[in-house]
Design a protein around this ligand. Structure first.
Ligand SMILES: Nc1ncnc2c1ncn2[C@@H]1O[C@H](COP(=O)(O)OP(=O)(O)OP(=O)(O)O)[C@@H](O)[C@H]1O
Ligand SMILES: Nc1nc2c(ncn2[C@@H]2O[C@H](COP(=O)(O)O)[C@@H](O)[C@H]2O)c(=O)[nH]1
Length: 190
């Protein structure tokens, strides 16, 4: 069995990565598996430990870093986020196409380690629309929203490091463009 494809989906907070990812996962033919990240952020209402994230305290996260258990990790607006390595390797060896939904610092670390990774950056149609989306989600306090939006300006400047840039105008359009990119990368790999 051939190894799966490592896919990075990155982009500023609130652009719609999680929403577009959910749409992509409806398509069984893409053979996708989601890499569940570890974070020190508190769970939002409705989020489930072990499904959305592994929610841990800072000590546990730092221990995981020290033992080399993360493929990448970063601090993002006051919290740590990282990708547990073992699970990703297992899924890739099973032939799954593994999707990492991560911010820019972590994405750059994975690109350096896995140059063959398929890298996709999702951008908003405009900064005004990004603000509408992140505020409309109502999950963050005002100061955190501001910090995330400030960070977004800097993150978008890194988009040329990615193999593909996709505008998230509508969920269907963004998911269908990304699905086509994934299909083409799978074909090239065969
Ligand atoms: N194409 C779209 N048009 C309009 N609204 C959208 C679109 N895509 C996503 N949204 C909405 O924008 C908000 C943010 O989306 P989402 O939570 O998926 O972003 P995200 O990039 O995963 O954020 P984070 O990085 O903070 O986890 C949600 O309320 C979602 O419903
Ligand atoms: N570098 C990493 N970034 C990650 C990971 N998991 C999620 N993220 C990104 O963090 C921000 C904030 O996420 P939120 O859930 O608090 O809104 C967002 O851009 C995520 O994509 C990870 O393992 N590593």
């Amino acid at each position: 069995m051939s190894k799966g494809l490592l896919i990075i989906l990155s982009g500023p907070s609130g652009v719609g990565k999680g929403t577009v990812r959910a749409k992509l996962f409806e398509d069984q033919t893409l053979n996708l598996a989601y890499s569940i990240s570890m974070t020190t952020r508190s769970a939002r209402p409705g989020e489930v430990d072990g499904r959305d994230y592994f929610f841990v305290d800072r000590d546990t996260f730092e221990k995981k870093v020290a033992e080399g258990g993360l493929l990448e990790h970063a601090e993002f607006v006051g919290n740590y986020y990282g990708t547990p390595k073992e699970h990703v390797e297992k899924l890739l060896n099973e032939g799954k196409n593994v999707l990492l939904e991560i911010e820019v610092q972590g994405a750059l670390q994975v690109m350096a380690k896995v140059p063959d990774a398929l890298t996709i950056f999702l951008v908003p149609p405009s900064m005004e629309e990004l603000e509408r989306r992140i505020r409309g989600r109502r999950t963050e306090a005002e100061d955190i929203v501001r910090q995330r939006l400030e960070k977004a300006e800097r993150e978008i400047k890194t988009k040329d490091n990615y193999k593909h840039v996709v505008v998230n105008n509508t969920i269907d359009q963004a998911a269908s463009e990304i699905a086509a990119i994934i299909r083409s990368a799978i074909k090239k790999q065969d």
